[in-house]
Design a protein around this ligand. Structure first.
Ligand code: ZN
Length: 392
């Protein structure tokens, strides 16, 4: 008995490979939703003139947040918030994100709803709750917070170890936690099968996170060269979030945000670009994080690839950050590459992915394949058609 014909054949696209090279070739997707080495697909998708990259990993977002201000969110009914979350998930998948690590907010029920297919969206890894300044105490109380998060289904323990853009001057590097608390968080996470992602702009908390086994550094704006080298040596991943600070800057300029000085946010953006270049030079792997929190932002996540390129990162490195490095951070051995046997997650683009402008307009995402199934195809493109078999 011959095996069933592969489900789909994608013809004519220029594919981005793990080696950083682009190649025009035919892709075959099998019945199990994986890339296959060969065969004729029953359906053929004509992708001539398009570009293809693996499904993107957004390693830091807040998919259940749809208001920039927390109090606005609190005023909405649960039903309305659920609707907005469903919309955010759909928009994010449509925007080319196939895997999303939620940095606080998403519950296990949401992760399950996507996994079962009840909701369309990127596969989720979740931290459920953020552990921040209000949770500061002792190593013992930290253990309790981490165990509670794991009990709610967290794969990631999100520590918010420093403050944000509204904190004046050097105080922004003051750690919310003691070294003992950060150590306890990492140990308790490991015991429960979870890992630590730490929001830190730098300072002591970054040192302690590196020393005691956190997995990823979020934001990291004022990391020093010594810290960047130590994080690389410890096998960590750096998740910068450049775009969101540009949005904050624009909100300050438009008078929509009180409490953040304009000069300060401009300095933060410049420092963030510098530290990204430093990480790249020192071999600290970059992954992408949008840190998005509004309906206008959800779905535009790939702009962070453009932000890396505009910050001076080689386009190929930025594409690897968005794909293979994200897969590595997720512990996802089946994704992040276009290769026989890998999960057939694919983003089709109408423009050259080495150009940042391509990712600055979500309309350039014209097709999304999740598990070998078309999750989105631009209405202007030809539909997949049945293969014409030659009978000669
Ligand atoms: Zn965040």
């Amino acid at each position: 008995m011959s095996p069933p014909a592969p489900a789909l054949e994608i013809v004519g696209a220029t594919m981005f490979g793990l080696d950083g090279l682009f190649e025009q070739r035919t892709l075959v997707v099998d019945e199990a939703g994986r890339f296959a080495a060969g065969g004729d697909g029953r359906l053929v998708l004509d992708a001539a003139g398009l570009w293809a990259i693996p499904g993107v990993y957004d390693c830091h977002s807040h998919i259940t947040w749809n208001d920039f201000h927390h109090d606005q969110r609190e005023r909405k009914s649960q039903a309305q918030r659920d609707r907005e979350t469903a919309d955010a998930l759909a928009a994010t998948l449509r925007g080319g994100v196939l895997n999303l690590r939620d940095a606080g907010g998403a519950p296990k029920s949401l992760q399950d709803a996507v996994a079962s297919g009840a909701l369309a969206g990127p596969r989720l890894q979740i931290s459920v709750e953020m552990i921040g300044a209000t949770h500061a105490g002792t190593a013992d109380t930290m253990r309790g917070h981490v165990e509670a998060a794991i009990g709610l289904g967290a794969q990631w323990i999100k520590l918010v170890a420093t403050a944000g853009s509204s904190t004046p001057g050097d105080a922004v590097l003051a750690s919310n936690f003691s070294e003992a608390e950060i150590k306890a968080a990492a140990e308790t996470a490991a015991e429960g099968g979870a890992r630590v992602m730490i929001h830190t702009w730098g300072g002591d908390s970054a040192d302690w996170a590196i020393e005691h086994g956190a997995t990823s550094i979020e934001h990291g704006i004022y990391l020093t060269p010594t810290q960047v080298r130590a994080a690389a040596a410890a096998g960590m991943t750096f998740v910068p979030t450049i775009t969101i600070y540009r949005h904050v800057r624009d909100m300050v300029l438009a008078g929509q945000l009180d409490g953040v000085a304009f000069g300060r946010i401009v300095a933060v953006i410049a420092a963030h670009e510098d530290v990204v270049q430093l990480a790249d030079r020192e071999g600290l792997p970059l992954a992408i994080g949008s840190d998005f929190t509004t309906p206008q932002q959800h779905g535009t996540n790939l702009i962070e690839i453009a932000a890396l390129i505009r910050a001076g990162i080689a386009p190929v490195t930025a594409l690897l950050a968005a794909t293979a490095h994200g897969a590595a951070l997720f512990g996802d051995a089946d994704g992040g590459r276009i290769e026989p046997g890998a999960r057939a997650d694919l983003v089709l683009l109408s423009a050259d992915p080495t150009e940042p402008a391509t990712f600055e307009d979500p309309a350039h995402v014209v097709g999304v394949l999740k598990d070998g199934r078309l999750a989105y195809l631009d209405p202007a493109l030809p539909r997949p058609t049945p293969q014409e078999r030659s009978h000669s």
